[in-house]
Design a protein around this ligand. Structure first.
Ligand code: ADP
Length: 312
């Protein structure tokens, strides 16, 4: 049976324009090409989990506009169950993104419909309860994140929280997290420490949650838990083309691997799950684009086999 993953999170349409240089305040510059790309950490991680082989459901909100339809269609095309996706009055969430020739960018996010995801209903609760893993981020109202995590905990569903965008976490949420996934910047913000060595960040975060996965970009990922396990997983060596959404690919695949291998119960399984997630992140970074570069299961398996041959 496939791993069952539920994501409660955001969906945004990225409106991306490239330009020779970014405008200063008050300035207008002539841009080059324009494209729309489905995004939002929640939707991206749901698509990542579905492509990685999960039976994945998404709980979120889009607006009653064309962007909302585009976001919905994109999730459906990836095989994500959208029965928990609301259409609410007003605009969908958008991210306005400018990129210059040096790949420098500016991003302005208008949460739109994502801010209206304030309640979970009985069907959402049933889906969370029937899942192996609930995957959360911080782009929808915090009260909803806490409520979803509470329902998962009550039903014995594993709670994986990707604390992005970086924010300090309230105690009522920390107490419900089984696995925290953070990059180095997010780790420092959540732990309220200065950026530092991975081992120091992991120690600080274990004061808050029982298991921590720290992503380290081209260096791979590190893991620590309160039972004393410590792992460092090197990333596949690849020619990185565009690392946008690599973190989403990693986190979506981690949720799938965790659900499939029951990682909480077996130390070796955690290492295998981290390798699988690193393979997904790297496979995403090998291709241009953000959500369009999220790898499918075959691509993850290929890079996993090529990189970690001989490992469990
Ligand atoms: P974020 O984008 O959220 O800051 P990271 O940059 O740490 O996250 O990337 C997430 C994961 O994607 C890493 O842990 C790694 O497995 C993979 N990854 C990202 N960049 C590269 C790269 N240049 N080479 C290989 N793997 C990468």
């Amino acid at each position: 049976m496939s791993a069952r993953v539920v994501v409660v999170g955001s969906a945004n349409l990225d409106l991306v324009v490239t330009a020779p240089q970014l405008p200063r305040p008050g300035e207008t510059v002539l841009g080059e090409d324009f494209r729309t790309v489905p995004g939002g950490k929640g939707a991206n991680q749901a698509v990542a989990a579905a492509r990685a082989g999960a039976d994945c459901a998404f709980v979120g909100a889009v607006g009653a506009d064309e962007f909302g339809q585009q976001l919905r269609d994109n999730l459906v095309a990836a095989g994500v169950d959208v029965r928990g996706l609301r259409t609410v009055p007003g605009p969908s969430g958008v991210a306005l993104i400018g990129v210059d020739r040096a790949a420098e960018n500016f991003i302005v996010v208008a949460p739109g419909a994502n801010a209206a995801l304030t309640d979970l209903d009985a069907a959402d609760g049933a889906a969370i309860g029937a899942a192996d893993v609930l995957l959360l981020q911080l782009e929808v109202p915090l009260t909803t994140v806490v409520e979803a995590a509470g329902r998962a905990r009550a039903a014995g569903t594993t709670v994986v929280l990707n604390a992005a965008p970086a924010a300090p976490l309230p105690a009522d949420l920390l107490g419900l997290v089984d696995v925290l996934v953070v990059n180095e910047h997010e780790a420092a913000v959540v732990a309220a420490t200065a950026p530092g060595e991975p081992a120091v960040l992991l120690d600080a975060l274990l004061e808050l949650v029982p298991r921590v996965v720290l992503t380290l970009g081209a260096r791979g990922a590190a893991y620590a838990d309160r039972r004393g396990a410590r792992l460092e997983i090197p990333a596949p060596r690849i020619a990185a083309v565009d690392t946008t959404a690599a973190g989403d690919a990693f986190t979506g695949a981690l949720a799938v691997g965790w659900a499939e291998r029951g990682a909480a119960r077996d130390g070796d399984a955690v290492a295998a799950v981290l390798r699988w997630a690193c393979a997904a992140g790297a496979a995403c970074a090998q291709r241009p684009g953000a959500s369009t570069a999220l790898p499918d299961r075959a691509a993850i398996e290929d890079l996993y086999a090529a990189t970690y041959r001989g490992a469990p």
